[in-house]
Design a protein around this ligand. Structure first.
Ligand SMILES: [Zn+2]
Length: 213
């Protein structure tokens, strides 16, 4: 029954987007033209450096960019992936990225949400850029959402959470996630990925003390 309900919600979303995710204006698009323009002006070259990885993002997790993520991730508006991908694709322009590797979600989480937001984003970026998606990582276990944990807990929560399953991917690789705070998830995923040149690419970077929802 849950499945039928989810499927129906998905179809309704697809047929009847009723409001812009960024500003709430009624209309037939997930993101209205005004917000598309506003986001275009707002987007920038944001960067989060971690001990092993640079994470690039077109946005900070705030304002309309935050509204988009919340609708995409928690309200089932999967059609937003292609709008978000436009900005993410632009952020890696000229870097010669050879493969997109989505951060894997646990299958239980995908079942819960009805889709993997990282795969949707990677597929949409691929459609824009022609860069292939390589699904070569898997999630070993179901982990507590990082959002619910402190910095130190985040590290141990994710230890050995990922495994490399192949195939080998060309490099440099962009590892794809929707948002990051400390970068821990991307670092852990990067560590099991057997390529030398890799970066993280997310839609938005949140402050470490920021409430994510
Ligand atoms: Zn709008």
């Amino acid at each position: 029954m849950k499945f039928a309900k989810d499927a129906l919600a998905g179809i309704l979303d697809f047929l009847l987007p009723s409001a812009c995710s960024a500003c709430g204006a009624g209309g037939s698009e997930f993101l209205c033209e005004t917000c598309k323009k506003a986001l275009g002006n707002l987007s920038g070259r944001h960067l989060k450096s971690t001990r092993t990885l640079e994470v690039l993002a077109p946005f900070l997790y705030d304002g309309p960019a935050k509204n988009l993520v919340v609708d995409f991730k928690y309200h089932g508006i999967r059609g937003l992936a292609k709008e978000m991908a436009v900005f993410m694709a632009r952020r890696i322009e000229g870097l010669g990225i050879a493969a997109l590797v989505p951060v894997p979600l646990h299958h239980a989480r995908i079942r819960e949400r009805g889709y993997s937001q990282t795969r949707l984003l990677a597929d949409s970026i691929s459609r824009i850029t022609g860069i292939p998606v390589v699904n070569c990582l898997k999630r070993n276990r179901y982990t507590t959402p990082q959002v619910e944990l402190s910095g130190r807990e985040r590290l141990s929560n994710l230890q050995n959470a990922f495994a490399f399953t192949g195939p080998f991917s060309p490099e440099p690789v962009a590892i794809i996630d929707d948002i990051t705070t400390t970068g821990t998830t991307l670092v852990e995923a990067a560590e099991v990925l057997p390529v030398r040149r890799k970066i993280g690419l997310v839609f938005a970077i949140a402050g470490e003390d920021q409430d994510l929802v």
